[in-house]
Design a protein. Structure first.
Length: 681
């Protein structure tokens, strides 16, 4: 077992009682409808039941029999009429669905659209994989987010920016791959988590990828879009803001120049001719050396709206990234603050963006560190569509060589209360659009997959991919529940194994945080590739990522009173909580404040002792993951066991390196010894 099928490996259900309880209801399936999406649903249901129950279900005939599974859209057949009377179909929307056992012996999987039926099918399969009872089923599901997107940072040469699991599944040597079978398998995995949008090229759009929107590549883009379309997923492309110059032969990309907007309109027309259901563009502009409207003295609303107008007639949208900051700042000036940048750029433009623009906002104000506060743009923007951006690929969280289950981190982001409209104004509410009554909204994340046999390098990193899609659908699910589902679906239902993997996953984020940069200060990594400890790696460069450690203390003063004022970008009472070191939560203390090493944390420890304790403790717990994994060796397929173990061994060693480097550094700076005498000199 090389992990290729991930959580859809449909293991035979060994336990007779459980299997028999399913067999009766699942002996026959009738899937009504012939669209590509419906065929995907039929194929999946049949495959899953055949493998899990050991017997292919009969295909239902017409008239539909009184028992078995009936799947289809309301209105497609009178068999759904009785069920339809019980629901307000409009409220289910385009993607909601119901799963219902009715008084007769039928089990209904129904929705308003084919896509909803496909989601119902995957949901039903999940119930069987996780050993749930299907007696008297009564499920009604509507997604919490309209847009549930995956971003790829794939380049056409086959490499992946910040990819840690092999090369691109889309491209090789400047072209699309010939055999697209793997893309189809990928679409199926995405659809099982109800992902409905995917962008397939790097936000840093180089020369070759700029041409994806030209006739040279559009025929192949169309093939890939169709594959995703079969699974209800819309395809998006990242574009270069300077495309009119780069590939269009114009001498400007000024958003207010008529020839530029005409160029984009022509480009949009071409694209939709090939890909009628094209989703739209993702744009990284004026960020990390990418071109943008600033070059022409225009703002980001000018830029985004001009492109949005070109896509609007075809139903496309612009996903405009807010990762805009000066990456050439002066590190000696403590008043400039990269954390402030996105809010400072975008809040003055609130309300000026077209309806088909969504601003894509990274979860934190910096860049996917293990711990950051939530971006104040959530709650700061009130009249603009938003999309929360997360990073599944573990750029700063161990690059898929360290175990780091990120769902708990994402849960904290979703649950964060911005107080934008009083208590309860969580990020889940703002990003989805619900809080301010916006129609568009949702969530996007940078994928962690590549062409490694098991997709993610570290098999256990598949849990992040799966978990992301589950949270995108329902941010109310708990990290434990998601982990448990994933474990059962991936490894089968085996109580001894379940508790160990659950414990490993659930502790992993805390462990990683403990042995890396402390108390929210972030960075301390090797520049460029961002792997491994280097406390001063970014300290004297222009990227705006500092800890300001000296012999007295460390941390960044972002208070309103004496610092960069960043804390003031939050609503009351959040701003007040962050403003003072007394009320600021420990885990973010050094993000918001510069304090002496002897500053007392709420935990009752000094900052310096906290650093020592967490680094000794974190590295020890990392080492212990190996023993935990070994304790279930017998219960795991050999290849998975070995490959994962190798990574855990590496992690343990590397965590030791982090511990020693960070502790030594701060001992030398502070001159304060570890209370427990663990430092060796
Ligand atoms: C950073 C990555 C960089 C990306 C950038 C982005 O280091 O490779 O291009 O984010 O999000 O995290 O645009």
């Amino acid at each position: 077992d090389n992990g290729y099928d991930c959580w859809l490996n449909y293991k035979y259900i060994e336990e007779d009682r459980l299997r028999n309880s399913y067999v009766e209801s699942c002996a026959q399936i009738t899937v009504i409808g012939e669209s590509a999406v419906m065929q995907s649903a039929r194929r999946e249901l049949s495959l899953a039941l055949t493998s899990m129950l050991g017997k292919a279900p009969e295909s239902g005939s017409f008239p539909v029999s009184d028992s078995g599974i009936v799947a289809g859209t309301f209105g497609s057949s009178p068999v759904f009429d009785e069920l339809a009377r019980e629901y307000v179909i409009d409220e289910l929307g385009d993607e909601g669905y119901v799963i219902r056992a009715m008084d007769n012996d039928r089990l209904y999987l129904a929705a308003a659209t084919d896509k909803g039926v496909l989601y119902a099918v995957f949901h039903f399969i999940r119930l069987l994989q996780t050993g749930e009872s299907i007696e008297g089923l009564r499920v009604r599901q509507v997604p919490g987010n309209g847009l549930r997107m995956i971003n790829h940072w794939d380049n056409m040469d086959g490499s992946i920016e910040r990819g840690y699991a092999g090369n691109s599944i889309f491209y090789r040597d400047g072209e699309f791959v010939g055999d697209k079978g793997r893309i189809r398998d990928y679409a199926r995995l995405l659809a099982s988590g109800a992902i409905n949008a995917v962008s397939i090229n790097n936000v840093n759009v180089h020369q070759q990828e700029s041409k994806l929107i030209t006739k040279q590549f559009l025929p192949e883009v169309a093939i890939v879009a169709d594959i995703f379309g079969d699974y209800g997923i819309r395809l998006y492309l990242s574009v270069n803001f300077a495309s009119p110059i780069e590939i269009g032969g114009l001498d400007t990309a000024d958003p207010l120049a008529p020839e530029v907007s005409e160029w984009w309109m022509r480009a949009a027309r071409d694209i939709y001719r090939y890909v009628p259901d094209f989703g739209g563009f993702v744009v990284k502009a004026d960020s990390e050396f990418r071109p943008g409207p600033f070059t022409y003295g225009r703002n980001h609303a000018d830029g985004a709206n001009m492109i949005a107008d070109a896509l609007e007639p075809f139903g496309g949208e612009v996903i405009w990234r807010c990762f805009v900051y000066n990456c050439l700042q002066d590190w000696r000036d403590r008043k400039t603050d990269r954390a402030r940048a996105a809010y400072d750029h975008f809040t003055p433009l609130d309300g000026q963006f077209r309806d088909n623009v969504l601003l894509q906002i990274k979860n934190g104000p910096m860049d996917f560190q293990v711990r950051e506060p939530v971006s104040p743009l959530f709650g700061g923007l009130k009249r603009t569509n938003q999309l929360l951006e997360l990073q599944i690929t573990q750029e700063y969280t161990g690059q898929q060589r360290h175990l780091c289950y990120l769902v708990p981190q994402w849960k904290e982001v979703f649950d964060f209360d911005t107080h934008a409209r009083g208590q309860g104004s969580t990020v889940a509410e703002t990003a989805s659009g619900r809080l301010f009554g916006r129609k568009r909204g949702g969530i996007a994340a940078v994928t962690n997959i590549g062409d490694d046999a098991n997709w993610t390098g570290h098999v256990l990193a598949q849990a992040n991919w799966y978990g992301y899609s589950r949270l995108a659908w329902d941010a109310g699910l708990s990290s434990e529940q998601i982990a448990l589902e994933w474990i059962r679906m991936t490894f089968g239902q085996e109580p001894g194994l379940e508790s160990v993997i659950l414990e490993m996953l659930m502790s992993s984020y805390g462990i990683y945080e403990d042995y890396t940069a402390p108390l929210g200060v972030g960075w301390m990594v090797n520049p460029g590739h961002h792997y491994g400890p280097n406390v001063d790696g970014y300290e004297y460069s222009k990227w705006g990522t500092y800890h300001y450690a000296d012999c007295h203390g460390l941390g960044v003063d972002r208070s309103i009173r004496s610092g960069t004022g960043y804390a003031g970008q939050y609503h009351y009472p959040v701003a007040a909580t962050y403003e003072s070191p007394e009320s600021c939560p420990d885990e973010l203390l050094l993000f918001f404040h510069h304090v002496p090493y002897t500053h007392m944390l709420k935990s009752g420890k000094t900052v310096i002792q906290h650093i020592y304790d967490t680094h000794f403790g974190g590295a020890e717990r990392a080492a212990n993951l190996i023993a935990q994994w070994d304790s279930i060796a017998e219960k795991i397929d050999g290849q998975t066991y070995r490959e994962t173990r190798e990574r855990l061994v590496h992690q343990a060693e590397h965590a030791g390196e982090w511990r020693d480097l960070v502790n030594t550094y701060f001992y030398r700076k502070s001159g304060i010894a570890d209370e427990l005498g663990r430092l060796i000199y």
